[in-house]
Design a protein around this ligand. Sequence first.
Ligand code: MG
Length: 350
Amino acid sequence: MKKIHVGTGKPYDIIIERGIIKNAADYIRPLTKAVRAVIVSDSNVAPIYADTVKKSLQDSGFETSVFVFDAGEQSKRISTIEKMYTHFYEHNITRTDIAVALGGGVTGDMTGFAAASYLRGIDFVQIPTSLLSQVDSSVGGKTGVDLPAGKNLVGAFHQPVTVLIDPDTLDTLPEKFRTDGMGEVVKYGCIRSLPLFEKLENENAWDIIDDIIYECVSIKRDVVERDERDTGERAILNFGHTFGHAIEKLGNYTEMTHGCAVAAGAAMLTGITEEKGLTEAGTAERLKNVLKKYGLPIAVDYSLSEIISATRGDKKSSGKGISFIFLKKIGECYINKIATEDIRAFFGVN
Ligand code: MG
């Protein structure tokens, strides 16, 4: 068992342990006075794991219900949240009861947002079952939903009471989503850890995935502790994301998964910054080789001009510019804010 303590305003522990899903309630029961627990899951994950978590909660004395929504990013919207609230109401969820997010990033983000807002806030637990949610989205308290105009445009900061990570759940994860999560894993090596990046280069990450998850979560914890509300350093977690979000948007959020879009965005951006002499020579090639090794894309069919246009409205824009994350070299990055009127010239497109 590995434990990572997160010292945010409301502190909590992240537990990484194989098989933990079977005795999830052992970790949840001491943290809450809840009478009822509502499990939120999607149509892919619920049939595999909901009964296991439900049994654990019931054995610990919780009255338990399960809310299931259709799997996929297209469900990550206000209308699903409204159905979730209705389920909470019909199952008598009170302010001292608890929600349990069981699934990937969409499930965690939406359950967290519903928990942040229902009755002005109830506790929730994250049980992330995809690699992407285990290394990234379940940690740090960002919750929310998409609007037609863009991803995650409505949300709240709401830290979970605990995050329970069971690497065994990755065994049932479709190949596409295993690859997807690896995009964020590579990101952590790039921005903060040469040793992690070298592990990804020299070993097969899937053989040592428990350690990889631990290292990624530790990096995210360090960053989130110093900048819980995302006003400064936390922006570095967005390496590859400004282009990535634009690529996702150009594909109507259906052509490319998040981790793949981030990978392609990171590779493209680093190619450009290296050419400009802002990144150590050889970095882009090393990055591209690792991305290819794990089945991730390093380029897309959209032109740079199209991608730049689609960055308009990115959440990372503030005031009159966008904060891009550039690599100095593998394991080191910095924030570079570019004024809106200078962006096209900077990237050499008109
Ligand atoms: Mg991401």
